[in-house]
Design a protein. Structure first.
Length: 182
């Protein structure tokens, strides 16, 4: 295990790719997020089949948590966002909900990075969409631009049953929530 000057720890473990079985490196790295917690980032990338794996975990015991953050100005784009693989991310004003699934990745970014991830999906849809789907994608692209300019306020919500996600800001509300029964 390596330790860098900032105290982050990093270990690399070889193991099979979950898709093709080729040997890949799984990187386990800790990071400290100021005023929050230490997190573990686990990642792997297979050069043979292109499989990617990324997850984040908060290194403390946690209950299910919901974070709500009002994005009202360009300064809010800098707020840190930690999303684990188990979290649902929503922006109701944009009609966006990102739920966990087989290709779900955890990440550490900021609000602008979340918007950029959504925008890249929208731009992918614009390549093939026609009619009302294309119109909706164009509107969503404009709305994301408005959020970035501070002209279109939205609410970023993250719900994580494992408690391994966060929005790191004094203006983010944090509350426990009860998981819905299936």
């Amino acid at each position: 295990m390596e330790v860098d000057a900032a105290g982050a720890r990093r270990a690399v473990v070889n193991g099979p790719c979950a898709t093709c079985g080729e040997e890949v490196e799984y990187v386990y790295q800790t990071e400290t997020i100021p005023y929050f917690s230490d997190i573990l980032i686990v990642s792997a990338s297979c050069p043979v089949c292109g499989y990617r794996y990324t997850n984040t975990q908060i290194l403390q015991e946690s209950e299910p948590v919901r974070f709500t953050f009002p994005v009202v100005s360009p300064d809010d784009l800098l707020v840190r966002v930690v999303r684990s693989m188990s979290a649902v991310l929503r922006i109701p004003e944009l009609g966006v909900e990102i739920a966990p699934g087989p290709a779900c990745e955890g990440f550490v970014t900021n609000v602008e990075g979340v918007l950029d991830r959504i925008l890249s999906v929208v731009e992918g849809v614009l390549v093939w969409a026609e009619g009302t789907e294309r119109e909706r994608a164009e509107i969503l692209k404009q709305e994301i631009g408005g959020v970035k300019e501070g002209d279109f306020p939205v609410t970023l919500i993250i719900e994580d049953p494992t408690g391994n996600s966060a929005i790191v800001s004094d203006r983010a509300s944090r509350e426990s929530f009860v998981l819905d029964e299936v």
